[in-house]
Design a protein around this ligand. Structure first.
Ligand SMILES: [Zn+2]
Length: 255
């Protein structure tokens, strides 16, 4: 690290649990953020500020006036622009030293798999089950930890799916891919603005901890926030041995 970096990251380096070693792990990491909306905004901003070495942000949408109530990466003057381009401007303004890759697309198939494989950690900041399951499946196959967040109305959720650990559940252990879920989206249901900030920020915290191997992750736990009561509930989640995504694959990988 040069003198400027030592200054920029000094408040991390001061922490005994992080120090220069932990900060160097952050600088060497690649975070893949799926979605540049309500969750992706705070998640990516904190990762950029913290000096994540490479940040790939993926979204196929454009900035809309209705986004600005909560999607803090974007600005009024950038309405109509690609979200990922708008994101890149905000992220580079905070930290011009990191590499930012902005992809305007809906990742799937081999491209998704290759990108997940290249990442140190993946943050699912998307808003639909199809994407969530595709990202989870790619993470299980690649053995890359997934930090999953969701927010709708006044309800938020957070968990980590880290199948590098034996017996750790994946997203599909919790929500079966075969099951029909009613898709609840902000465009129809509404969402409390700071709620996405709380959950997205927690996703950044979990991602940084995973990158550094610090503390205990939320793997095996689903954290549920009721923002109206401002109460958290934690549910333990366990691996489903019949899970179509991690069940058989995991046993195949056992040595
Ligand atoms: Zn599973």
């Amino acid at each position: 690290m040069n003198d400027n970096q030592l200054l920029r990251y000094s408040r991390h380096i001061l922490l005994d649990q992080i120090g220069i070693e932990g900060q160097q792990k952050i600088l060497a990491a690649h975070a893949l953020v799926i979605g540049a909306g309500g969750l992706g905004s705070p998640a990516a901003l904190y990762l950029a500020g913290a000096g994540i070495g490479k940040l790939t942000i993926v979204d196929d949408d454009e900035v809309d006036l209705t986004n600005l109530q909560r999607q803090i990466l974007h600005t009024t003057e950038r309405v109509g622009q690609n979200k990922v381009d708008s994101a890149k401007i905000s992220l580079h303004a905070i930290n011009p030293e990191i590499e930012i890759v902005a992809l305007k697309e809906r990742l799937q198939g081999e491209r998704l798999q290759a990108l997940v494989h290249s990442a140190t950690v993946v943050l699912d900041c998307s808003d639909n089950f199809k994407t969530r399951h595709a990202v989870n499946s790619a993470c299980v196959t690649a053995g890359v930890p997934l930090v999953s967040g969701a927010a709708i109305s006044f309800d938020g959720q957070l968990s980590v799916f880290d199948t590098r650990t034996k017996d750790a559940p994946c997203y599909a252990c919790l929500f079966s891919p075969d099951q029909e879920f009613e898709e609840a989206q902000c465009s129809t249901m509404g969402v409390f603005a700071p709620l996405v900030g709380i959950i997205g920020t927690m996703q950044a915290a979990e991602a940084l901890k995973l990158v550094m191997g610090l503390g205990q992750s939320a793997a095996g736990r689903l954290l549920l926030l009721d923002a109206l009561a401002m109460e958290w509930n934690t549910i333990g989640i366990s691996k489903n041995s019949d899970c179509p995504v991690c069940g058989s694959l995991h046993s195949k990988l056992q040595h």
